[in-house]
Design a binder for this molecule. Structure first.
Ligand code: SF4
Length: 317
């Protein structure tokens, strides 16, 4: 067996920042610590923090008044921020800056009087947060068929934005349908689908045709991981999404295969390593490192956390 090990894969800068935020908050003794929604969409990451005493909540009301609450990498609506402020919570916002950028674009377009078509998955945490910035101005568009049903006229000022973790191919199909129906539509000022999504999709699109099977490490609710499986399958190579090594099924594999192994942006690298170990032991697999793009993106910890860290250092000096 040959394992084509995709690179880049796994953690992106936004996920690293969000996970570091929770780790650092624990390190300076912010306890009890509440996180609004999963900090990143990965079961292993969430379970590790639960073991360390973090409580994940679906509504701000579940966090006691004056407690510390961290907002996840996917971002939140102003309504959620205000609800947390009303409870006098200490807020730490671990929203990925690339998600915040889309929020800012939504606010700006709405202020300028545009109707905004948000290309994304209704119900995904990120989309819920972005819609909350300008609920009266935003319409979610999930497919080219949705575009057909849009009620706007050629005279309406229209702009589109996208969720950061979409499939570039799907997004392009929807954007083409929008442009065909509304040639005057305004593009986002810069690409909304983020660098990490773009790079992880590109490597799968490029290498999946050489493979017999694509294995993506990631959780079912991780949008960018699910898109990697879809992209593999669009190239004609079957794809499997697994949370970890225990979900591998031996009858997927044989010793003569080429397996492309990658991981979504929220999947920890140790889960990839465990899968490699398993395939090496069981199928005598050899590794073929396939590198397509360098990544050097880095995001600072949230400012509110850095202030709390300083206060903690001063208090313990
Ligand atoms: S996938 Fe992209 S938008 Fe999402 S956290 Fe990572 S860098 Fe940010």
């Amino acid at each position: 067996m040959k394992i084509m090990l995709a690179n880049p894969r796994g953690f992106c800068a936004g996920v690293i920042m969000a996970i570091d935020t929770v780790d650092e908050a624990l390190k300076i003794g912010l306890s009890p610590l509440y996180v609004y929604h999963e900090i990143v969409h990965n079961r292993h990451v969430v379970e590790r923090f639960e073991r360390l005493g973090v409580t994940f909540v679906d509504t701000v009301d579940e966090a006691p008044e004056k407690s510390t609450i961290i907002f996840s990498a996917h971002g939140v609506s102003p309504e959620v921020r205000n609800a947390a402020k009303a409870r006098e919570c200490t807020l730490i916002d671990a929203t990925c800056p690339l998600v915040t950028k889309v929020h800012m674009e939504a606010i700006r377009y709405a202020k300028q009087g545009y109707k905004i078509l948000l290309i994304g998955h209704a119900g995904h945490d990120e989309v819920v947060g972005t819609v909350g910035e300008a609920p009266d101005a935003i319409t979610i568009v999930e497919s080219p068929e949705d575009v057909e049903k849009l009620p706007f006229t050629k005279d309406d000022p229209l702009a589109f934005l996208t969720q950061t973790t979409l499939s570039m191919d799907d997004a392009n199909r929807i954007i083409s349908a929008i442009r065909k129906k509304y040639p005057h539509v305004k593009d986002p000022p810069t690409e909304d689908i983020c660098y990490a999504t773009t790079n992880r999709q590109r490597v799968v699109r490029l290498l999946a045709p050489e493979a017999d099977l694509v294995v993506v490490v990631g959780s079912q609710n991780s949008s960018n991981s699910c898109r990697l499986v879809e992209i593999a399958e669009h190239t004609g190579t079957p794809g499997k999404l697994v949370d970890d090594v225990t979900e591998l099924q031996d009858d997927w594999f044989n010793q003569d295969q080429s397996v492309l192994l990658t991981a979504g942006a929220s999947a920890p690298e140790h889960l990839v390593e465990e899968i490699i170990d398993y395939l090496q032991t069981k199928f005598d697999a050899e590794i073929d490192h396939r590198h397509t793009t360098d990544e050097d993106m880095h995001f600072n910890l949230p400012q509110s956390l850095r202030i709390l860290q300083r206060q903690h250092q001063e208090a313990s000096a």
